[in-house]
Write a protein that binds this ligand. Structure first.
Ligand code: HAM
Length: 439
């Protein structure tokens, strides 16, 4: 039905919890992404890109059937063939799937990283979205605490280089081996059963499905019972205890401070031994900016050969929020326009286009906007001003006759200046401090 005058067209909005990244904000993301990309190369990590959609079974089997993510948060649908597909809620499972499928785990080690959107149907709030973005690293085939320390050091360097080091805390725990965890699970179940009367419905359900998650509960009425619960760290198997001690010693030797948090259990089932989170107080309740750990059993669980693995993922929205909150994005990273080239009349357009191209060739670092769309001289100058550029390059009939341009300084009182077109690239190079391309 076509809309009628009394039935205005309802505008379609983005899906709740899924954000547009608008042009004003994108330089901050690009700044962070560029720093991350550079860091990954410096640590010898190679990028992997996997599809956003996977078979539902991949996530159910790896993250765990009784986790919040799989039980309540996945965007799952049947495609036209009737196959159950899911928008990836995280990157680790996809990374393992891809590495196994392409033989990347066969007699070799891997250090991989990825970035991209993830999807979870959570209740949106500041720092928590339904489409969010992660940068993750995953390593395969290395079982010592040295690689645990190496990935933690990589993240610590990023905080250092972004100016965040003072604002984040590393929380560390060990979940032990699968066997030690199973034994601990029984101890914990017995303990919580003794305190059945204080457990809420969620926790009572978890008693049979995943009692470790009861430790994660934020219910204040259960705080005391949780505080008194036996701790996994006291029930570690010998090998895991030694791994944990060596990791702590490596971090200390590297000057990385940490807090052991025996309550840190993580919301995904695939972890064993080391788990960690980087948290901040500056973001309110969604203060975990990066989290991960070791998942030595996952490859085998998904049908591969036993392969030790450790990795983490950080939330890009949270990091950008933190950088904004602390005002840590350097002004030059915000980019912007160096110069706005104005053909003063339509007859000057062809020459302006050619001049713009020759400047872009001569000065590859220059951000130059060419005025398009005509208009009066006044409106052209308004656009020049709005571009934020400090400099307008004017080209009109007079200038063309002289093979020159007029430079107008938009942000200070300097006299305008006529410059020959042949010398313009040099003049701009010195005014904007962008080096010339040496041809
Ligand atoms: P995760 O703890 O579920 O772990 O997520 C990692 C990070 O992603 C969180 O610390 C947070 O910064 C960000 N994040 C998670 N959910 C949201 C959301 N709804 N909105 C905004 N940011 C969010 C994982 O995903 C594991 N795959 C990490 C890993 C990699 N472990 C080993 N390798």
């Amino acid at each position: 039905m076509s809309p009628s005058a009394d039935q205005p067209v309802k505008k379609i909005q983005a899906i709740r919890g899924m954000n547009d990244l608008l042009p004003d904000a994108s330089p901050r993301w690009q700044f962070l992404e560029a720093r991350v990309r550079d860091l990954m190369a410096r640590y010898g990590f190679a990028e992997i890109r996997t599809p956003i959609v996977e078979q539902t079974a991949l996530f159910a089997r790896s993250i765990g059937e009784v986790t919040d993510i799989v039980e309540k948060e996945m965007y799952t649908f049947d495609d036209r063939n009737g196959d159950s597909l899911t928008l990836r809620p995280e990157g680790t499972a996809s990374c393992v799937r891809a590495a196994m499928q392409h033989g990347l785990l066969h007699n070799q080690t891997q250090r991989l990283w990825y970035q991209g959107p993830m999807f979870r149907h959570e209740r949106p709030q500041k720092g928590r979205y339904r489409q969010f973005h992660q940068v993750g690293v995953e390593t395969y085939g290395l079982d010592g605490p040295d690689i645990d320390a190496e990935v933690i050091l990589l993240s610590a360097r990023l905080w250092q280089e972004l100016g965040l080091a003072e604002h984040v805390t590393l929380e560390l725990n060990s979940l032990g081996s699968a066997e030690a965890r199973a034994a601990y699970r029984d101890t914990l179940t017995a303990y919580f059963e003794q305190h059945g009367e204080v457990l809420d419905d969620d926790s009572r359900r978890r008693l049979t499905t995943n009692p470790l998650r009861i430790l994660d509960s934020k219910n204040p009425e259960m705080a005391e019972v949780i505080a008194g619960a036996p701790q996994l760290i006291d029930h570690l198997d010998e090998a895991s205890r030694e791994h944990f001690e060596r990791l702590k010693a490596l971090l200390e030797a590297a000057g990385i401070g940490y807090v052991v948090n025996p309550r840190l259990v993580r919301g995904l089932d695939y972890y064993s031994r080391t788990v960690f989170e980087w948290t901040t107080d500056a973001l309110g309740s969604q203060g975990t900016i990066c989290a991960g750990g070791r998942y030595d059993g996952l490859v085998e669980q998904l049908g591969g050969k036993p392969t030790p693995a450790v990795g983490f993922a950080m939330g890009i929205e949270r990091l950008v929020l933190l950088l904004e909150t602390l005002d840590l994005v350097p002004a030059e990273a915000l980019g912007g326009c160096d110069a706005y080239l104005v053909p003063m009349d339509d007859a000057s357009t062809p020459e302006a286009l050619a001049l713009a191209e020759s400047l872009r060739t001569a000065l590859p670092g220059l951000n130059l906007t060419l005025h398009c769309g005509g208009g009066s001289f006044k409106s052209r100058m308004k656009k020049a001003d709005k571009s934020g550029a400090p400099l307008a390059i004017l080209l009109g009939e007079d200038e063309r006759a002289d093979q020159a341009v007029t430079l107008k300084f938009l942000r200070d009182d300097r006299e305008q200046q006529r410059v020959a077109q042949s010398g313009l690239a040099d003049t701009l190079a010195s005014l904007t401090e962008h080096p010339r391309h040496n041809t």
